[in-house]
Design a binder for this molecule. Structure first.
Ligand code: ACK
Length: 490
């Protein structure tokens, strides 16, 4: 019963009803239509144990007491907790000491980003795909790649080609303080450091890491795809479910008119988008840019857009806990874009896709960069998503990560109101006038006050006052964990 509760909230109505009266699904409303209490329920996982964040010291700090930690510029640190004006940090290398360092007005540390853009980093691909890529003719022994672990999404795997067409896989684990290691004899502050160590010291791993695996050819012949059924109309063209015949895989294809794309920028921009890998972003798989229309091939998500999902029978019975879990995933995907200074410009429930077990992924990021500005603004003038757009962006085209944060607040509103149109019954002009007079969307019924507080923070008039996506992700995760564990204790 205990483990069932952790995996499957809806079946445990007796416990859950104490806190969230709406947690049980109506029997007919269970996804899959089953009346069985556990197997058919929408599962949400136990809140994740986050590995501590890793930082690099930006300048030297000399300890003034035994509690404090002396650090040198560039030292890699794991921040264990924030304590008032200090952080408790532990060194990842060398003496491995721990102690307090001050948080001053100037940052003393900078965050190390986990997910590098190196050629060997392949992100979210599975073991089979890794083997297929490594065994391609253009690779030699020692070709390798790093990918997100299938079983632990905060850990990684190194896969490489050994002699005689064999492929090896080593798990890269995270220590309690967030360092990366393959063998517990030596750990590293970043994946990059780990990889370069094993490239130079192949004896320690027992296998050779030489050249990064050759990239799969990105441009594919159109004949490799068979359109199966139209999923709908996107902002810039049709979206189809298709079969990628040579890969034997179902995919989604977004069609674009050549004339609507920025010809000179197109290849460069798509190259940049292709290097974005995150479990909470839709993966771009291939493209056909020769001939009309351009195909952009992405992974297929079983439940379609979040907008449609919220209004479906299954979506209507989602509880606050389910919705917060989904919101936290979206914030996580957006935090990855934030780190790379990529502005989405059209974050809304229609551009988030839902898979099995409430998996959410942000779609259409970077589309603004490959679509001609004139096309973007022309279609926007008729369909301008004013309701989702921050005032400074709607009025003066000042799009930024912070205008995306505003849109995220509206997206949370859509979720917590189970798909309601924001500012229902108001024209775009009325919406802009209301916002400039200080009006904000009201708290949706059944929305916990702390979630509404987050929405209001996203809608601060001054963009710099809005939270970061990293902060939003940790706030939502913390709220989700509190709800989840409180219920388990009841
Ligand atoms: O709500 P839907 O079924 O989900 O209808 C819209 C439609 O295409 C136009 O955007 C669906 N759609 C878009 N991308 C994907 C995808 N990668 N997987 C599944 N459905 C998709 C979306």
């Amino acid at each position: 019963m205990e483990s069932c509760c952790r995996a499957c909230m809806p079946c445990c109505g007796r416990l859950w009803n104490w806190i969230w009266p709406d947690l049980r699904y109506p029997r007919s409303g269970l996804p899959g239509g089953t009346a069985a209490p556990c197997p058919g329920g929408v599962r949400i996982p136990s809140p994740r144990r986050h590995p501590p964040q890793l930082y690099a010291a930006l300048f030297d700090f000399e300890a003034r007491s035994d509690d404090e930690l002396t650090v040198r510029e560039g030292d890699k640190l794991s921040v264990l907790e924030k304590r008032g004006d200090y952080v408790l940090a532990k060194k990842l290398t060398g003496s491995l000491e721990a102690g307090l360092i001050p948080r001053t007005n100037q940052p003393t540390t900078k965050r190390l980003t986990d997910q590098p853009t190196s050629q060997w980093y392949y992100g979210n691909i599975n073991r089979m795909k890794a083997e297929k890529l490594l065994l391609a003719a253009q690779n030699k022994d020692g070709a390798f790649l790093v990918r997100i672990s299938e079983s632990h999404s905060d850990e990684y795997t190194i896969s490489g080609e050994a002699a005689e067409g064999k492929v090896f896989h080593f798990r890269i684990q995270r220590s309690a303080i967030g360092a990366y290691f393959v063998s517990d004899k030596i750990s590293f502050g970043t994946l990059g450091e780990l990889v370069s160590y094993y490239q130079k010291n192949h004896r320690s791993l027992g296998v050779l890491l030489q050249e990064p695996c050759a990239q799969q050819r990105w441009e594919r012949p159109r004949e490799e795809f068979r359109l199966v059924r139209k999923l709908g109309e996107g902002h810039f063209g049709e979206v189809w479910e298709a079969l990628w015949t040579t890969e034997n895989r179902r995919v989604a294809i977004k069609t674009l008119k050549q004339e609507d794309t920025k010809q000179d920028e197109f290849v460069k921009e798509v190259q940049a988008l292709k290097s974005l890998h995150h479990p909470k972003l839709i993966e771009l798989l291939a493209m056909c840019s020769r001939g009309e229309p351009v195909y952009i091939v992405t992974e297929l998500m079983s439940k379609g857009s979040l907008k449609a999902y919220l209004s479906s029978a299954e979506g209507q019975v989602l509880t606050s806990a389910h919705l917060i879990y989904m919101g936290s995933q979206i914030a996580e995907g957006m935090a990855y874009l934030e780190d790379r200074h990529i502005v989405h410009r059209d974050l809304a429930a229609r551009n988030v896709l839902v898979g099995d077990e409430l998996l959410c992924k942000v779609a259409d990021f970077g589309l603004a960069r490959i679509i001609k500005d004139s096309v973007y603004t022309a279609s926007r003038s008729t369909k301008i998503p004013v309701r989702w757009t921050a005032p400074e962006a709607a009025l003066y085209q000042r799009f930024s990560v912070k205008s995306d944060v505003w849109s995220f607040g509206v997206l949370l509103y859509e979720m917590m109101s189970r798909g309601k149109m924001p500012y229902e019954g108001k024209s775009n002009k009325e919406v802009l006038d209301l916002l400039s007079s200080g009006f904000r969307l009201p708290c949706p019924t059944r929305c916990p006050p702390n979630i509404y507080r987050i929405m209001l923070d996203c809608w601060a008039a001054e963009p710099s006052q809005r939270p970061s996506f990293h902060a939003l992700h940790s706030q939502l995760d913390a709220i989700y964990a509190r709800i989840y564990f409180k219920t388990i204790e009841v």
